[in-house]
Design a protein around this ligand. Structure first.
Ligand code: ATP
Length: 448
């Protein structure tokens, strides 16, 4: 009998990520830099795969085009967007242990008083609003005139390019602009590994629609985004919607729903879907004095388009993918408990789809294995491992989520066939080398 255990505490995942080359602490040899993380060889491939899946899901649509805007923008952008005045979090200090934290995320006692998360004291300073934007200076002189901000969201690069994109691509409303890029927020309390960091990557799409059709499009995009998360292999039981109501709604939002995910530390936001109305384009129109209207030929009228936005953090989505994929298969054997750790990634996301494992390092097996590796389709990412016992090599591949292990043994020299091992069922199948591409493609389809 096999018992399946899912991820219970984040630390287990953090250690696996470090041990297996997914994520390392930034500047580790100097003691690390708080909330900054580096993606290792497998993590950077996983991240690329997640971003590619998102990018394709957006830009394969004829009504969505891509953009890659710069991180530094004209400072007035942030005045117009409301970030200079409104992009703040409530900051408090604990009078007793001097910890500094975000007031709205702090625990509360029975009387509704906020408590210090570190020492549970309710003796806190007055709340101050702290602007989350990172500031820097452009040019050699560090004065107010050269002040610029690292963008806290990618969306504004899209709004200010609305006309450029619409005109150059001859787009008719409704259409969307998709973008992936770094954002920076000087978060008061970052944490939970790559969940909340000060430098992160966002994948945002702004969909421009005619006024009056926004609510319909909002519902449509909610459905599409839900399906996207399922297409990554995320378990539907770990996903839910959270509706923003009352003062939870941001200053720009008409309607907002978050896709929330059941992380080991609780249900938290994964993605926001917002109906931003015409707030952004109207603000940029006002501050730039440029008309950002669209002439709708079908309706024979001019209007400032409404915007439905979908915004997900690449890093946060990767954390959800990692948490969701983790499982321990525990079997009782005569020698005691045997634990197989498996990262059950969807094959499109797995850093490698196939691992070629020659049973021995000796020739001519090595040469045959190298020839097989060279003959595999370019579209596959393939690992090649000759070190250690075959059992240990299988376990390593399970732990990094490789769907298929391809074992080349001495018989392969005679029968011109190899063994394909399925990560999830551990079933093995003998396949002629000449039929490998098709057999691999078929086996990959059997993963969720
Ligand atoms: P939160 O309430 O968690 O601070 P938010 O509502 O301010 O997030 P948005 O501005 O809607 O977040 O950003 C869109 C997405 O970007 C979020 O759903 C999240 O996936 C990601 N994101 C935002 N802030 C961070 C961060 N500090 N670290 C990692 N990802 C982030």
């Amino acid at each position: 009998m096999k018992e399946i255990k899912k991820l219970e505490d984040l630390q287990t995942l953090v250690s696996l990520c470090k041990r297996r080359g997914f994520v390392f602490q930034s500047s580790e040899i100097y003691g690390g830099l708080n909330s900054c993380w580096d993606y290792g060889p497998l993590g950077s491939q996983l991240k690329l795969n997640v971003k590619l899946k998102w990018w394709k899901s957006m830009t394969k649509r004829l009504d969505v085009v891509g953009l890659d805007a710069s991180i530094l923008m004209h400072p007035t952008v942030w005045k117009a967007s409301g970030h200079i005045d409104e992009f703040t979090d409530p900051l408090v200090d604990c009078k007793s242990c001097k910890a500094r934290f975000r007031e709205d995320k702090a625990p509360q006692n029975d009387k509704g008083e906020r408590l210090c998360p570190q020492c549970a004291s309710s003796e806190l300073t007055e709340t101050r609003n702290f602007n989350l934007m990172f500031k820097t200076f452009m040019g050699p002189v560090e004065d107010k005139g050269g002040e610029v901000f690292l963008r806290p969201e990618t969306a504004q690069g899209i709004f200010v390019n609305f006309e450029n994109v619409q005109g150059s691509m001859r787009k008719k409303i409704p259409f969307g602009i998709a973008q992936i890029g770094k954002s920076f927020r000087n978060e008061i309390t970052p944490g939970n590994f790559i969940f909340r960091t000060r430098e992160f990557e966002q994948m945002e799409m702004q969909f421009f629609v005619s006024p009056g059709t926004d609510e319909q499009w909002f519902e449509k995009w909610r459905e599409l985004r839900w399906q996207f998360h399922l297409s990554l292999g995320l378990n539907a039981e770990n996903l839910k919607w959270h509706k923003h109501e009352g003062n939870e709604l941001a200053h720009y939002a008409k309607q907002a729903f978050d896709v929330i995910y059941k992380f080991p530390f609780g249900w938290e936001e994964l993605e926001g879907v917002h109906n931003r109305g015409d707030y952004d384009l109207k603000q940029h129109q006002k501050f730039s004095s440029k008309k950002l209207e669209y002439f709708d030929e079908a309706q024979k009228e001019k209007y400032v388009p409404y915007v439905v936005e979908t915004a997900v953090g690449a890093d946060r989505l990767i954390l959800a993918v990692l948490c969701d994929a983790y499982r321990e298969e525990v079997t009782q054997t005569e020698k005691g408990e045997d634990v197989r750790v498996v990262m059950g990634f969807h094959p499109d996301l797995a850093p490698n789809q196939v691992a070629v494992l020659p049973l021995s390092k000796k020739e001519p097996l090595l040469e045959l294995s190298q020839n097989i590796l060279a003959g595999l389709p370019d579209l596959l990412n393939v690992d090649f491992d000759v070190t250690g016992s075959i059992g240990k090599r299988y376990r390593r591949q399970d732990e990094i989520g490789t769907p298929i292990c391809l074992t080349v043994d001495f018989e392969s020299l005679e029968d011109k066939a190899v063994t394909l091992r399925h990560r999830d069922t551990m079933e093995q199948k003998r396949v002629p080398i000449s039929e490998l591409s098709q057999a691999i493609a078929n086996m990959l389809l059997t993963f969720n």
